[in-house]
Design a protein around this ligand. Structure first.
Ligand SMILES: CC[C@H](C)C(=O)C(=O)O
Ligand SMILES: [Mg+2]
Length: 562
């Protein structure tokens, strides 16, 4: 084992006798002081189904690390539940938790000079939080996904949590009765695991597998299946080998591997949150990446998977149909993947994919044949215009109408907007504006699944547009544009929109335009005053003071020294 392990600073020499004394109390023997100390970051929690299966996986990880000659040390990190906080003030802590998780993993590993880290995550922000920490620290690392939830079932239909969100809109529009609403509620989430469509958790786990930071096939395994536990043990062993080889995250998280990840995100129809998180991960890894790079990749990669929210199937169906390796091999076969990227096991992408067929199996419908994609181009559009000079992110799937021009219906918060939708005040042709929900203004850039699902549930998905400086859940689809930057709180044009102004969302030309003259906007800007901050103490106030524009990933450690 390499004698230049950083953990030797706390285990070797006379001066470190007190440090060893305490390590002996947690189970170290003399022999263990000569092994790499490997952190196991466990996000186990019973506050959300996404994370409630992680504790036994953390044990399996430790077993794998020990078997390979490492000395595991488990520590905890937090999670919050997007689905449970959705639609409430608590959702403001969701994106904040990404950076709290990153800071906590970095703090634990660096404080005790660990030689490597295996992080296990479940809910949405666990994944990017862990990867940001791994990229920052650049000690050998591997990510293990807690696993997807299996679909719920009702009257022969597969359900996910988004079924329940959409049922609220269906009920308010009189399309289902209360007994059906509660039947969906009771059956949508059958057990442990992260939200089962190609929503944010499954998007980020799939992207990490494609980037080479997780083991092949791991990202679509279900939380409750034995293979997830077996795979976690293998990840522990792979990490110890990576430590021996001194294979670090920045050897794996490169421009090429991030391009691979983004290509897979496009191919599976993944969450808009992936834009925000990969800008942040690239920033932490020192890899140049801009929001415009997503547009370049979008234009060349088709959506080849029929997955919820706008498609038919869930992640367990994708797993049964060949999983992410099958999607990757199809991209590779069409020169849309770099095969020379190295992965956490030391093998390259090309080596890992060599025995996988270039076309999907004919006995499944989840992964489409290359010549019959869901959409000929990617679905994550980066829109620009006088409303979004730094950019905005749209999910261009599940919509028939690709352009809408209509009167603005302006709301200063998500709650105001949801009430208007459920009260029937929103009609076909409207363009909803939800503002002061950005990274600083919210603060915390809430996901707007409640209003976007209510629009779908009310049958308005093809006729109502929605723009916000907040963001969307992976369960959102429709004529919706999020991450509008600059945000209202810092004086972005979205702050100057008035009720009834005409707005155009043009998906095909990736334009977001406010039909008000520059002169009029200049006059409005003179009148505009920044609102008082919603929080002046505590974690949300700290976050609001540090966070960057969403067009830069809403990171909290950019240019702090300037
Ligand atoms: C259903 C969606 C889930 C709750 C979520 O927050 C996301 O995918 O972002
Ligand atoms: Mg989410």
């Amino acid at each position: 084992m390499a004698e230049n392990r950083r953990s030797q600073i706390i285990t070797q020499g006379v001066q470190r006798s007190p440090n060893r004394a305490m390590l002996r109390a947690v189970g170290f023997t003399d022999a263990d002081f000569n092994k790499p100390i490997v952190g196991v970051s466990s996000a186990h929690s019973t506050i959300t189904p996404c994370n409630m299966g992680i504790a036994p996986l953390a044990e399996e990880a430790q077993n794998g690390i020990r078997a390979a000659g490492g000395m595991p040390q488990m520590f905890g990190t937090i999670t919050v539940s997007d689905g449970i906080s959705m639609g409430t003030e608590g959702m403001k802590y969701s994106l904040v938790s990404r950076d709290v998780i990153a800071d906590s993993i970095e703090t634990a590993c660096n404080a005790q000079s660990m030689d490597g880290v295996l992080a296990i995550g479940g809910c949405d922000k666990n994944m990017p939080g862990a990867m940001i920490a791994m990229a920052r620290m650049n000690i050998p690392a591997v990510f293990v996904y807690g696993g997807t939830i299996k679909p719920g079932h009702l009257d022969g239909t597969d359900l996910t949590i988004v079924s329940s969100f959409e049922a609220v809109g269906q009920h308010s529009a009189g399309r289902i009765d209360e007994s059906m609403l509660y039947a969906i509620e009771r059956n949508a989430c059958p057990g442990a695991g992260s939200c089962g469509g190609m929503f944010t958790a499954n998007t980020m786990s799939s992207a990490f597998e494609a980037m080479g930071m997780s083991l092949m096939y791991s990202s679509t395994m279900s939380a409750e299946d034995d293979e997830k536990a077996e795979n976690t043990q293998l990840a522990g062993k792979a990490l110890v080998e990576a430590i021996r080889a001194d294979r670090r995250p920045r050897d794996i998280i490169t421009r090429k591997s991030i391009e691979n990840a983004i290509s897979v995100i496009m191919a599976v129809g993944g969450s808009t949150n992936a834009v925000l998180h990969f800008l942040a991960i690239a920033h932490s890894a020192g890899v140049p990446l801009t929001i415009d790079d997503f547009e370049t990749i979008r234009a060349r990669v088709p959506v080849i998977c029929d997955l919820k929210p706008s498609g038919r199937f869930v992640a367990t169906n994708l797993h049964e149909s060949g999983g992410i390796p099958q999607v990757m091999k199809m991209l590779l076969a069409h020169d849309l993947l770099h095969d020379d990227c190295i992965t956490v096991t030391g093998q390259t992408i090309g080596e890992l994919l060599k025995d996988i067929p270039s076309e999907p199996r004919a006995d499944q419908e989840v992964i489409r044949p290359w010549d019959n994609p869901m959409y000929a181009e990617g679905h994550l559009g980066i829109l620009k215009g006088n409303l979004a000079t730094e950019g905005a992110v749209a999910k261009l799937t599940g919509i028939k109408q690709r352009k809408i021009t209509g009167p603005a219906r302006v709301f200063e918060s998500e709650e105001e907007c949801l009430n208007a939708i459920l009260d029937g005040q929103i009609i076909a042709g409207n363009v909803i504006v939800i503002r002061y929900e950005g990274p600083k203004g919210g603060p915390g850039m809430r996901e707007m699944l409640a209003p976007t699902s209510a629009i779908i549930g009310a049958g308005l998905g093809d006729s109502v547009g929605l723009i916000t400086d907040g963001r969307f859940s992976g369960g959102t689809y429709g004529m919706v544009v999020g991450h509008v930057a600059p945000e209202a709180y810092v004086g972005g044009t979205i702050a100057l929109v008035q009720e009834g102004d005409t707005i155009t969302i043009d998906a095909d030309n990736r334009q977001l335009h406010l039909h008000v003259s520059d002169e009029e906007l200049a006059q409005r800007r003179v009148q505009w005053k920044p609102p008082a901050p919603r929080y002046t103490s505590g974690v949300l106030a700290k976050y609001a003071s540090l966070v960057s524009s969403s067009s830069l990933g809403a990171v909290t450690d950019r240019n702090l020294h300037l």
